[in-house]
Design a protein around this ligand. Structure first.
Ligand SMILES: C[S@@+](CC[C@H](N)C(=O)[O-])C[C@H]1O[C@@H](n2cnc3c(N)ncnc32)[C@H](O)[C@@H]1O
Length: 240
């Protein structure tokens, strides 16, 4: 198993900076967190944090807590340190978190589970479980498949007409596989579908998602891989 799945579609996090308004997914994540926590939160870990935009959002919701963001891309972490000096940014893989990162009340991973494949997905969850305290909360947002199908997807773009490198980032596990992985670790998985409440237009980068109306849905997420993308929050309350 490699601990550095190839994912390089992150330039826009620095180029575009943080959104002026919090992302809808961040607000939905906070709704879940605020209704799940029952005591003061001291430590929060965000895995795959990019430039720390979610950490910045959550630190306004929980000003007393200490925040740590983890990512494998140093440029993103440097930008995070500049934008949010009160938080800690650590260069580490979700598949090999340093042992000091432990006893967190809340561990989040927003939009990074789909980077990992079938040889890595158990290590991903084991690392999150190793970082959360007993009684704590893990919250993961990722596309999932409702038909009992695990799809491991590689893609490459053709910037300027020439084939680029093969990349990951759109692996879509079945709900059943994730439930099985967690059940084997004594964790009950609760799923909450995340539906974008606003239209999202296509951007110049075909890998990024946009919304389109379908027969069944007003706003179906899709992208240039021609996927139908359905995001779910995976909510895991760890036993005391
Ligand atoms: C789609 S972005 C999500 C960023 C952020 N969580 C958000 O929602 O805005 C995925 C992030 O995962 C990071 N990443 C890629 N491989 C990783 C790994 N092995 N461990 C931790 N983070 C990783 C990328 O650098 C990127 O910042």
């Amino acid at each position: 198993m490699t601990t550095s799945a190839k994912y390089s579609n992150h330039g826009h996090y620095i180029k575009e900076g943080w959104s002026r308004e919090p992302k809808e997914s961040f607000k939905a994540a906070w709704n879940i967190i605020s209704s799940s926590i029952d005591k003061d939160v001291a430590k929060v870990l965000d895995v795959g944090c990019a430039t720390g935009e979610f950490v910045g959002f959550l630190s306004k919701c929980m000003p007393e807590a200490h925040f740590v963001g983890v990512d494998v891309t140093e440029d993103l972490l440097e930008e995070g340190r500049r934008l949010l000096p009160q938080a800690e940014f650590v260069n580490a893989s979700a598949l090999a978190l340093p042992s000091e990162l432990k006893d967190f009340d809340i561990v989040c991973a927003i939009g990074c589970m789909s980077i990992f494949d079938e040889t890595q997905i158990e290590a991903f969850w084991d690392n999150l479980l190793g970082a959360v305290r007993p009684g704590g909360l893990i919250l993961v947002l990722s596309p999932l498949n409702e038909f009992g199908v695990d799809a491991m997807i590689r893609h490459r773009k053709r910037p300027n007409g020439a084939a680029g490198d093969w990349e990951s980032g759109w692996n879509i596990f079945s709900q059943d596989t994730i439930r099985e992985i967690l059940q084997a670790r004594g964790i009950d998985l609760v799923l909450e579908r995340f539906e974008l409440p606003i239209d999202l237009p296509p951007s110049a980068d075909p890998i990024r998602t946009w919304t389109m109306a379908t027969e069944k849905r007003e706003r179906q997420l899709t992208n240039g891989l021609k996927l139908l993308v359905d995001h779910y929050f995976m909510v895991c309350k760890v036993k005391d």
